[in-house]
Design a protein around this ligand. Structure first.
Ligand code: PLP
Length: 416
C-alpha cells in the first residue's frame, strides 16, 4: 500500500512543512510540548481502527481484548503516577474532561466558581462564551491587584456569599502554586464539590516539583499534552468510588461514544515515560528554565506578572514598554520565536489585543535546552521587543536573532 507521501503528496507536504517549522523555531507556547517518538508511533498505530465503546471488560463491541489491555495499562499507570484510586483516561480533551464533571454534578443554572479568564483562568471555568458560562451561573475570583496571586480569603468570602455547587482551582496563565487544601476546606464549608484542573502543571505534579491537588480535590481533571508530554487528550482522577462512578457515566455514555484507542494507548506510553525516574529531572529543569527566562526578561526591564513563576510558564506585562500582546506575538513569530499574546491582571484591552505575552519552557526543555539557553532566548526577546518599542528593528539585530534561533535549534534537534 501507499505511503502518505505517495498517496497524498499535498497533505504530506503540509505535514512536512509543519515538521520543519517545529524543527526550526523556538517553541515557547506554554501549553505545548514535543512527544517522544514512541508516543508519536502509538498515535499512528492500528488502534485508530478500533471501536471500543464502554470500559475495559464492559464493552459494547467485540474484539476489544487488546483495547482493554491498553486502556487498563493507561489507568494503572495514571493511578500509580498521581497516587490515586481511580482514573478515567477516555476524555477526548481537557475541555471534555471538565464537561464530564459538569454533566456528572451540575444542573443548568447551577453556580460555578472559578478563576477569572483575565486573571489566568481557562475558558471552561465559566467564561461567558463557553458552555461553562452559558449553561451555568458562572462567578469568578480574581487575583490580588498587587501580588497577582489568588487571595484565598477572597475565594472564601465569595464562596460563602454565593454558595456555588462547584469550585474550580487551576488555570492556563497562572504561574504560582495554589493552596489546594484551603480550596477543599472552603468547598467543604459551603457544601460544594472541589474540582482541580491541573492541565498545565500535570507533568510538574508527576515529576514531584509542584504540589499535587489530587489528595485534596474531589475530582482532578487534566490534559495529557502539556507538561505531561503525552498525546492531545484529557483525563480525570479521583479517590472516591461513588464520585468516579458518576464521572465514568458522564464521559460514556453521557458525552462521548467511541474512545480514541490510539490516543489512550499513547497516554499509557506517556504515563510510562513520566513514571521513569528521569522525568523528575525533566520537570525540575522545566521550572528552572522558566525561572531563568522570566529572570532574564525582568533584568531587561520587562514586568513579570506576580514577579516570577513556580512552574513552567510566565506571564509578561508589556504595558511598561507600551506594547500590545498581539504586536509582540507577531513580531516574535517573524524571527522564529513562537508564543502567544495573553491578558494580564487589570488588562484594559480584550483577548484579541491583550497587554501581555505568555512564555513556557516545557517544549524547549524537551529538546534538551537548559537555563543558559533560556537566558539566551530571553536576550533575543528583549532585543526584538526593544526594537519594536523603538519603532523599528534594525536589520543587524534582526539577523543576529535569526542566527541565534538557527544555532539553538540546530544544537538541540527534534528527533523527528
Ligand atoms: N483546562 C486548562 C487549565 C487548560 O489550560 C486547557 C487548555 O487549553 C484546557 C483545560 C482544555 O484543554 P483542551 O484544549 O484539550 O480542550
Amino acid at each position: 500500500s501507499l505511503t502518505l507521501q505517495q498517496a497524498d503528496r499535498d497533505l504530506w507536504g503540509v505535514i512536512d512543512a509543519e515538521r520543519q517549522r517545529q524543527q526550526h523555531s523556538i517553541e515557547l507556547i506554554a501549553s505545548e510540548n514535543f512527544v517522544s517518538r514512541a508516543v508519536l508511533e502509538t498515535l499512528g498505530s492500528v488502534l485508530t481502527n478500533k471501536y471500543a465503546e464502554g470500559y475495559p471488560g464492559r464493552r459494547y463491541y467485540g474484539g476489544c481484548l487488546h483495547a482493554d489491555t491498553a486502556e487498563n495499562m493507561a489507568i494503572e499507570r495514571a493511578t500509580r503516577l498521581f497516587g490515586c484510586e481511580y482514573a478515567n483516561v477516555q476524555p477526548h480533551s481537557g475541555s471534555q474532561a471538565n464537561q464530564a464533571v459538569f454533566l456528572a454534578f451540575l444542573a443548568p443554572g447551577d453556580k460555578v466558581l472559578g478563576l477569572d479568564l483575565k486573571a489566568g483562568g481557562h475558558l471552561t471555568h465559566g467564561a461567558r462564551a463557553n458552555i461553562s458560562g452559558r449553561w451555568f451561573q458562572a462567578i469568578s475570583y480574581g487575583v490580588d491587584p498587587v501580588s497577582h496571586r489568588v487571595d484565598m480569603d477572597e475565594v472564601e468570602r465569595i464562596a460563602r456569599r454565593e454558595r456555588p455547587r462547584l469550585i474550580i482551582a487551576g488555570g492556563s496563565a497562572y504561574s504560582r502554586t495554589l493552596d489546594f487544601a484551603r480550596f477543599r476546606a472552603i468547598a467543604d464549608d459551603v457544601g460544594a464539590l472541589f474540582m482541580a484542573d491541573m492541565a498545565h502543571v500535570a507533568g510538574l505534579v508527576a515529576g514531584g516539583v509542584f504540589p499535587s491537588p489530587v489528595p485534596f480535590a474531589h475530582v482532578t481533571t487534566t490534559t495529557t499534552h502539556k507538561t505531561l508530554r503525552g498525546p492531545r487528550g484529557g483525563m480525570i482522577l479521583g479517590n472516591d468510588g461513588e464520585i468516579m462512578k458518576k464521572i465514568n457515566s458522564a464521559v460514556f455514555p453521557g458525552l462521548q461514544s467511541g474512545p480514541l484507542m490510539h490516543i489512550i494507548a499513547a497516554k499509557a506510553v506517556a504515563l510510562g515515560e513520566a513514571l521513569h525516574p528521569t522525568f523528575h529531572a525533566y520537570a525540575q529543569t522545566v521550572v528552572e528554565n522558566a525561572q531563568a527566562l522570566c529572570g532574564r526578561l525582568a533584568e531587561g526591564g520587562l514586568s513579570i506578572v506576580s514577579g516570577g513563576t513556580d512552574c513552567h510558564l510566565g506571564v509578561i506585562d508589556l504595558r511598561p514598554w507600551g506594547l500590545a500582546g498581539n504586536v509582540a506575538e507577531h513580531a516574535l513569530e517573524q524571527v522564529g520565536l513562537t508564543l502567544n499574546k495573553n491578558t494580564v491582571p487589570n488588562d484594559e484591552t480584550g483577548p484579541t489585543v491583550t497587554s501581555g505575552i505568555r512564555v513556557g519552557s516545557a517544549a524547549c526543555t524537551s529538546r534538551g535546552m537548559g537555563p543558559d539557553e533560556f537566558r539566551e532566548i530571553g536576550d533575543m526577546i528583549l532585543a526584538l521587543l526593544g526594537g519594536v518599542r523603538a519603532g523599528a528593528i534594525d536589520s543587524r539585530t534582526e539577523s543576529s536573532i535569526r542566527e541565534g534561533v538557527a544555532e539553538l535549534t540546530r544544537r538541540f534537534p527534534l528527533p523527528y
